[in-house]
Ligand binder design. Structure first.
Ligand code: DOR
Ligand code: ZN
Length: 430
């Protein structure tokens, strides 16, 4: 006898109806028919996906918890169908010391409703080796904040790590510091305050220059790199050419860079401000490029509405909360036959699990963690930020019609979201 059966689940893309047996938080059995009289949840042939993995969230904990914390952030994750998240290091203090890393693990252990990993930052080079032993998902570097010489030094240092048991990975925010600084100063000195000017302050070539530099460094130090939130078509091309020539590189895109463009900066002003910025239709990435994409990360970057709206475009903080918009937006595209379930699983489950070495994640198979999201492909609605579990109740996707919604999320065999209700759970570090 097992702990629980998920009875009559539809597995996609096969469209097979199966029952999933769960014991001690793991999948132990996949059967055509669930045994009678054993505990079950009847899914009545709803589609079940492996729990989604978001390799790019900013939970602001510690230090900026007025924006979000590990509890509210993971409530948003559960509501959006995400069962594993990887938190970014730009908190206060930054997660770039052993002390800060352990502190954040403690916070997450207390507050997280879903499973989690952490990206480490890099401060003092001497701390890299001891941080690496705590098994961060990656070292995250913000190229818009670092000079080329410093970047080179960090790569060199990470390149020296002992790679026998564990391979280091560097995640990169690719925007060239000099280009961004110069373009921003130019616009500011001319007194430009229209929100769409923000896109000119961080132009497409700021990204492609940084991507080229990152690829050079990966080659030079024979290191694996992951390029976060690619926003420009040409960057994808550069990355995929490098990949073909043997560079160990993966890429990520966000829902906002895919589905929105510069028009939304005009429409929503600071609420649509994000780094890298939304792009013009000519440069932006589009659905037809999805075959060259490795993962979708939401870059869930919550701020308060006050700090977003009560300052000008240059001073308002960049970032969009996205954990509760991503899945409905992609399910809508599946309903429109623009993408497939198979592809969605690759981008939001399988590839993030393999890139960040998340054992037990990403697949519905015997032996894997019992992490699922059940979706209703017929449910229609509009994106409504008032309903977000995140503290950040704003979205440039507001009012967009969607068809296809997450209705139930399970982490390690425990229900954590059920028809909009969030239930208690203790996420684990993986
Ligand atoms: O828009 C952004 N927001 N881009 C980043 O790189 C940082 C993030 C944040 O932390 O708010
Ligand atoms: Zn980010």
């Amino acid at each position: 006898m097992v702990d629980l059966w998920l009875k009559d689940a539809k597995i996609v893309p096969e469209n097979r109806i199966i029952s999933i047996g769960i014991e001690d938080g793991r999948i132990v059995s996949l059967k055509k028919i669930a045994p009678k009289r054993e505990e079950n949840i009847n899914l009545r042939e709803s589609v079940v996906l492996p729990g989604l993995i978001d390799a790019h969230v900013h939970f602001r904990d510690p230090g900026l918890t007025y924006k979000e914390n590990f509890r509210t952030g993971t409530m948003a994750a559960a509501a959006g169908g995400f069962t594993t998240v990887i938190d970014m290091p730009n908190t206060i203090p930054p997660t770039n010391t052993v002390k800060a890393f352990k502190e954040k693990l403690k916070i997450a252990d207390h507050k997280s409703l879903v499973d989690y990993s952490l990206h480490a930052g890099v401060g003092n080079l001497k701390e890299i080796e001891s941080l690496f032993k705590l098994k961060p998902a990656s070292f995250k570097l913000f190229m818009d904040l670092l000079d080329d010489a410093v970047l080179d030094e960090i790569f060199r240092e990470i390149g020296k790590l002992n790679r026998e048991n564990q391979k280091p990975l560097i995640s990169l925010h690719c925007e060239d510091k000099d280009t961004v600084t110069i373009s921003t100063q130019k616009l500011q000195s001319k007194g430009r305050y229209k929100p769409e000017k923000y896109a000119d302050a961080r132009p497409p070539h700021a990204e492609t220059i940084a991507v080229s530099n990152a690829l050079k460094l990966a080659r030079k130090y024979k290191l694996a790199i992951h390029i976060c939130h690619v926003s420009v078509k040409e960057s994808l091309q550069l990355i995929n050419e490098a990949k073909e020539s043997g560079v160990n590189v993966t890429n990520e895109i966000t829902p906002h860079h895919l589905f929105l463009d510069i028009k939304y900066l005009r429409k929503y002003g600071n609420l649509a401000k994000t780094n890298p910025p939304l792009r013009d239709p000519e440069n932006k990435i589009t659905l037809d490029l999805l075959n060259g994409v490795d993962i979708i990360g939401t870059d869930h970057a919550p701020h308060t509405i006050t700090e977003k709206m009560e300052q000008n475009i240059w001073k308002a903080p960049p970032g969009i909360p996205n954990l509760e918009t991503a899945l409905p937006l992609f399910l809508t595209q599946i309903n429109r036959r623009r993408i497939t379930f198979a592809h969605l699983k690759t981008l939001l489950c399988e590839n993030p699990a393999s890139i960040f070495h998340l054992e037990g994640k990403g697949f519905i198979k015997e032996g894997m963690d019992a992490d699922f999201v059940v979706v209703d492909m017929k449910e229609e609605g509009v994106i409504n930020p008032d309903k977000f579990k995140s503290k950040a109740k704003y979205s440039p996707f507001k009012g967009i019609s969607v068809k296809g919604m997450p209705v139930m999320t399970m982490v390690g065999g425990n229900l954590v979201a059920d028809e909009g209700e969030i239930l208690k759970n203790k996420g684990k570090y993986i």
